[in-house]
Design a protein around this ligand. Sequence first.
Ligand code: ATP
Length: 233
Amino acid sequence: MTQANLQVQDVYTAYGQSEALHGISFDAMPNETVAIMGRNGMGKTTLFKSLMGVLPLKSGKVMVAGQDISKDESFKRVAKGIAYVPQGRMIFPTLTVEENIQTGLENAKDKVIPEEIYALFPVLFDMRRRKGGNLSGGQQQQLAIARALVTNPRVLLLDEPTEGIQPSIIKDIAKALNEIREMRKLTIIVSEQVLSFAMDVADRLFVIEGGKLVHETARADTDQAHIKSYLSV
Ligand SMILES: Nc1ncnc2c1ncn2[C@@H]1O[C@H](COP(=O)(O)OP(=O)(O)OP(=O)(O)O)[C@@H](O)[C@H]1O
C-alpha cells in the first residue's frame, strides 16, 4: 500500500487559553488534492499554521512521508518536504520576481530557478525582472506558488489561493495546480471558500467548522448544495 504523504493525527491548537482546533485528523496520499472548505474564522489558517510550525501544537501529531515533524521548527519542516503558500500571498514587494522565487532556494546549492517553474507560470518568466509589488493579485499568487515549489515539497499547503483573484486567473491557477500534482505526484491541501475552484482541483473535500472537520466527501459524490449550506452565513 502506498504510504500517506501527510498524516494529521488529533491536532489541537490554542491561542493562549482559547482552543481553536479541537482534534483534527486526516491523511492525504501522493498525487492527491484535498480541499478544506469553511467560512471565515472556522480554523483554516490556524490549521495550516499548525502544520507548518508557525503555531505550536497543544497536542497531536503531524507526519510527512512517515516522518514526525510535530516538534520541528518551520525551516526544518520545509526541509522535510512541506511547503506553504500563506493567505494574502506574502510575497516581497520590493524584490524582483526572480529574487522572490530565489528566497525559496535559500538552502539550495545554486540559486538557479528550474525551467519547469517558468514552464508552469510563463507570466513569471516575462515579469522576472519586475518588482513583486507591481504584479497583479493573480500573478502574485502564481509567484507565491512558484516560491513554495522550488523547495521541492511532497506536500504543498495553499491558504485561500483564490481570495481577491479574478475568475479567469482562478481557472489558470486550478490548471497549474493540477499539472503540478500530476507531474510531481504531490499532495496538495488547499483551503477554500470558492466551491467551483475546489471542484476543479480536489479529489476529496472536507468542511471545517468551529475548529473541527464536520464533513468529508469524494469529489464524485459531492452534494454541492450541502457544501454550500456550510459556506453561507
Ligand atoms: N491570533 C489569534 N489570537 C486569538 N484567536 C485567534 C487568533 N487567530 C485566530 N484566532 C481565532 O481562531 C479561530 C480560527 O481562525 P482562523 O484564522 O484559523 O480561521 P480561518 O478559517 O482561516 O478564517 P479566515 O479565512 O478569516 O482566515 C477563530 O475563532 C479566530 O478568532
